[in-house]
Design a protein around this ligand. Sequence first.
Ligand code: FES
Length: 158
Amino acid sequence: MENAYPELDKILAKFQDKKGSLIPLLQEVQKERGYLSRETMQYLADKMEIPSAEIFGVATFYSMFRLKPQGKHLIRVCKGTACHVSDVDSIKNAIIEILQLPEGENTTSDMQFTVMEVACLGCCSLAPVIMIDGKTYGKLVPEAIPAILNQYKNGDSE
Ligand code: FES
């Protein structure tokens, strides 16, 4: 096989003698490539001489691994208890509706936004909370969502 991924080889070399290090290895690969494509996982399996099912198994088991490319802006919707009881679902539904995300998809077709549910974001007194890229938005109501998303659509807010 041709050596198509020198950056992956570098990561593989780093973990070469570390048994049981598949998870940190995959984390590093994801950091480097943004997500774990099938092609990437197959490449790692070939190089490591392990069954590709082993890598797919780990990558699909842990929610921290992304198997699809992520949009430019990451919207984290808190699913912690305080946010749950504050009806964060209505916030999520508003986001999905505005972004016109098809069922089962979490990234918009223009690759601008990815929506994901996460555990408590650590600011429960502001529930319901979302975080877009590094910025937190709290005490949300669905009506506030269009204006918030517009900042990212138009001006690529920081
Ligand atoms: S439960 Fe949402 S910030 Fe804690």
